[in-house]
Write a protein that binds this ligand. Structure first.
Ligand code: ADP
Ligand code: ASP
Ligand code: MG
Length: 412
């Protein structure tokens, strides 16, 4: 039997009624002759509640217990989904990550899937089971402890299963009917894309578009998984949603395909560091060793042999970055007057593979922001994206202005 992977996000399993509606969709695919692997998230809001309980109990928590607690939301929905399917006379059972087993690294709260053996599930499909409901977001470490894959990780569970079982398709059911030119919550001019290239989706996801976890796109690209994003709230059809696919499958596209934003970025400035060879290595080496993900970097013009160095990193890594810099200073590796963390910024990015062959995108982006009176604090570019840091209060305005300027409401 061909295998289909169907993933339901938090809002799609938010209550018993929604689980029933999701189960009906699964029933439709079973009736078509598929063996279905259903990946479920926790009911919406549940994971946040669990994280809140962990933080309240233990601010510097043991990450292994964090994972034991935070993974539990998915266990509930997996069991409920299996029961709901059984009530519909669809042979189904639930699987927690360790039962499959979804083998991961031991990087708790940010584990990576290393292997998903297919024999256990295949044996059950062979015995007549039609649906395997698997708790998303979780796995088991080589030490036998429960792990989680980072927030939004059920997307990655789904794609990893689709790759392991060579599924015909991986359908990601969510609360929007596809991938849009920008978050439809920010502007109603956002347009749904029928197709988006893996590389563009990868950039959009990593730059803040939460519709797919970045790692899931990486896996889909590597294993050539046919990945579709669609709504669990709308009528089912074979052409619904957005197909994430190879660049060659897209005939026409705009120079800029989408605008992403992230409010989770902080700007850090080391004031007055010595301008000498090796200083960048002395700063960014310790940051990297401390696990800080530096994205953008600016070094100012030196005056009297000293300069300011500015970089950006995720807001929740600010404390770690500060400690790494203080330790490097105490060890005499670097010397600076002050370290200023600005967490009141947002990162806005324009993404498009068309940028490879067309110039002027950066200039247009800067002009648009300047016309709105928005000051750019830091800039970073790559072949297919341009990112800027701006004051957080301008985030929505910047996204809307850029969406207009690049005429994203119109198809190419
Ligand atoms: P789920 O719980 O189903 O995993 P998420 O909340 O993780 O859903 O992701 C869906 C949300 O992603 C949407 O509600 C939307 O607000 C947001 N989003 C951000 N950028 C985009 C985009 N470019 N296209 C579609 N949705 C986006
Ligand atoms: N429930 C987890 C989260 O909220 C995983 C997921 O939904 O993908 O992050
Ligand atoms: Mg999600």
């Amino acid at each position: 039997m061909p295998v289909l992977v169907m993933k339901f996000g938090g809002t799609s399993v938010a209550n018993l009624d929604r689980i029933k509606r999701a189960a009906k969709r699964v029933g439709v695919e079973v009736a078509k002759g598929y063996d279905v692997i259903v990946i479920v998230s926790a009911m919406s809001g549940k994971t946040n509640e669990l994280v809140g309980w962990v933080d309240e109990t233990s601010p510097l928590y043991d990450a292994r217990e964090y994972d034991a607690i935070v993974s539990s939301g998915e266990n509930v929905t997996a069991g409920l989904m299996a029961l709901t399917l059984q009530e519909m006379d669809v042979p189904a059972r639930s699987w927690q990550g360790w039962q499959v087993p979804v083998k991961t690294t031991s990087a708790h709260s940010a584990a990576r899937i290393e292997e998903i053996p297919t024999d256990n599930l295949m044996a059950k499909f062979g015995e007549g089971m039609k649906v395997a409901v698997v708790a998303g977001f979780q796995g088991v470490s080589p030490e036998g402890r429960i792990t989680t894959l980072g927030r939004g990780g059920s997307d990655t569970t789904a794609v990893a299963f689709a790759a392991a079982f060579e599924a015909e398709r991986c359908d990601i059911y969510t609360d929007v009917d596809g991938v849009y030119t920008t978050d439809p919550r920010i502007t109603d001019k956002a347009r749904k894309l029928d197709k988006i290239a893996f590389e563009e989706m990868l950039e959009l996801a990593s730059l803040g578009a939460k519709v797919l976890q970045t790692r899931s796109v990486e896996l889909a690209m590597r294993y050539k998984v046919k990945l579709r994003v669609l709504s669990s709230f709308e009528e089912q059809s074979d052409t619904a949603g957005t197909l994430v696919c190879a660049e060659e499958e897209i005939m026409e596209s705009n120079v800029v395909s989408g605008i992403a934003y992230s409010r989770d970025e902080a700007k850090m400035t080391l004031v007055s560091v010595a301008d000498r060879p090796g200083i960048a290595a002395a700063i960014f080496g310790p940051l990297s060793d401390a696990g800080v993900n530096v994205d953008m970097i600016i070094q100012n013009i030196a005056e009297d042999g000293r300069t300011d160095m500015t970089f950006s990193c995720p807001t929740d890594q600010v404390k770690r970055a500060e400690k790494a810099m203080e330790d490097a200073k105490a060890a005499g590796e670097i010397n600076y007057h002050d370290l200023i963390a600005d967490t009141n910024v947002a990162k806005i990015s324009a993404v498009g593979i068309g940028m490879r062959s067309q110039s002027g995108v950066a200039a247009k982006m800067f002009k648009t922001l300047s016309d709105e009176g928005i000051n750019i604090k830091v800039i970073a570019t790559s072949e297919i994206k341009i990112s800027v840091l701006v004051d957080r209060k301008y985030m929505e305005l910047a996204v809307q202005a850029l969406h207009d300027a690049f005429e994203l409401e119109k198809a190419a």
